[in-house]
Design a protein around this ligand. Structure first.
Ligand SMILES: [Zn+2]
Length: 123
């Protein structure tokens, strides 16, 4: 069967009815959309691994469901390049950072810089 690409209007062959025309089209707009959708799928997995996983698995306390949803929303904006690199402070003091790197890949990280401060105290 074929379906119309919503970007260029071309009829493209699709494997089944659940696949949209743009998913198979090779026009520039469709390819951009395909790229975005695959970044979002991979990004959602990365977010689950880094922010929703139990502490034993990722070394950080899991973020609330609301927080994970918020991070997914930010990730979509980064993937669509509506924003550049984003850093978000989380309640446990760690930081979530997301960006599209030079190879067009989505990079997501979580860090917690431990700061040890000390001062001499002259008596
Ligand atoms: Zn197209």
């Amino acid at each position: 069967m074929t379906k119309e690409c919503e970007y260029c209007g071309q009829q493209v062959r699709v494997p089944n009815d659940s696949v949209d025309g743009w998913e198979m089209c090779r026009c520039a707009e469709a390819r951009q959309r395909q790229r975005y959708e695959s970044l979002v799928l991979e990004g959602a997995e990365l977010i689950d691994e880094i922010f929703a996983a139990p502490e034993e698995d990722c070394g950080f306390a899991p973020v609330s469901e609301y927080g994970v949803d918020m991070l997914r929303g930010i990730m979509r904006e980064v993937a669509q390049q509506n924003v550049g690199a984003v850093t978000v402070g989380l309640p446990d003091g760690s930081k979530a950072a997301m960006r599209i790197n030079g190879s067009g890949e989505l990079e997501i990280s979580r860090s917690k810089r431990r700061k040890i401060a000390n001062s001499t105290n002259a008596h």
